[in-house]
Ligand binder design. Structure first.
Ligand code: ZN
Length: 331
């Protein structure tokens, strides 16, 4: 009945006020036990202790609305109705609606604060990260349709075969984009950093298409998710967006060429060194918390080979190996 994107959808389906994916209530919604947080976008449903005490104002307002609606309807439809009967009908309507208004008021209250909160947060983040790239009108549009998502390190944002519904605009952190071959072996394509957009999602602006890459948060990251359907409109309407899209294509393409060069012309020794150097730049940390197995996956080789190369790099004084940690020394 109500389309996703409308706040009424959240209200009547009891979904997260922010992303509308996860359930707002734990168990039956009639018990109105508000869940702690949304497991999809991370929105906290209880801002502080006693947050939902304020929802009694909404319950009260709903009660008044029901009272007025029943009163007016009875007067119009049955002008002859006597006062005691009218009063009985109103009281019954109020009693009948009590369980509904109890949970409705909680979710309406949460939506009210969620909207104010996110508008403000999103405006600040957009201005901080994208003001130099986009005009104010475009920033406003992004604010209207996008939502913020916090992704903990190691979480998969999209997998191969998933439908691409959103395009990520990176605000903080880094995202590792890789491909898998038929045997399930991984090959690192590139990293997305602040201000980057994934070239793969740029190609699917015309509808829901299937992802050919896997994107994993390299570190705790914050992104704005924008529905891919908007991409085509913005390419048509905003010059700054067109430039952004073409430049992103360009730099992703260059990175892919570099990845091919690395595969074709560098030996594994050089590739490992380059890989670690790149990781230091992306994470801005000379201590790399990465297992030999992960490096092997990313570079499409075996763990034994990686361990051997890392040992010889340590002998050359380019790095120091520690338990689950590599200190990079070669600059
Ligand atoms: Zn959510």
């Amino acid at each position: 009945m109500f389309k996703k994107g409308l706040k009424l959808y959240s209200i009547f389906k009891s979904k997260c006020p922010h992303c509308q994916e996860d359930d707002f209530f734990e168990g039956s919604r009639f018990k109105a036990n508000v869940a702690e947080k949304c497991n999809v976008c991370g929105e906290k449903f209880s801002k502080e202790p006693g947050f939902y005490q304020g929802s009694y104002y909404v319950t009260y307002a709903l009660g008044v609305a029901i009272f007025v609606a029943v009163w007016v309807a009875s007067r119009v439809l049955f002008p002859e109705m006597s006062m005691p009967i009218l009063a009985t009908i109103i009281v019954s309507a109020l009693l009948l609606m009590t369980p509904f208004s109890y949970y409705l008021s909680k979710i309406i209250w949460a939506i009210f604060f969620s909207v104010i909160n996110h508008e403000q947060k999103m405006r600040e983040l957009l201005l901080e990260n994208y003001e130099h790239l986009f005009e104010i009108e475009l920033l406003d549009e992004i604010k209207k349709v996008g939502y913020i998502k916090n992704i903990p390190e190691g979480d998969v944002i999209i997998n191969i075969g998933d439908t691409v519904r959103n395009m990520p605009l990176l605000l903080e952190g880094a995202i590792k984009v890789s491909r898998l071959d038929d045997d399930g072996d991984e090959l690192l394509l590139y990293y997305l950093e602040k201000g980057d957009v994934c070239a793969m999602t740029l190609t699917c602006c015309t509808g829901n298409s299937i992802s050919e890459i896997r994107a994993v948060a390299e570190m705790d990251s914050k992104i704005i998710m924008v529905p891919v359907q908007k991409m085509a409109d913005w390419v048509r309407d905003y010059e700054t967006w067109r430039t952004f899209v073409f430049e992103s294509y360009n730099s992703r393409f260059k990175e892919m060429l570099e990845a091919i060069d690395n595969l074709a012309f560098l030996n594994m020794h050089e590739r490992v060194l380059k890989y670690l150097k790149h990781k230091v730049i992306v994470t801005k940390d000379t201590f790399l918390y990465v297992t030999h197995q992960t490096i092997a996956y990313d570079l499409h080789t075996s763990r034994v080979v990686i361990s051997r190369i890392l040992k010889s790099l340590e002998k050359e004084g380019k790095l120091k190996l520690d338990r689950n940690k590599i200190e990079f020394l070669d600059f």
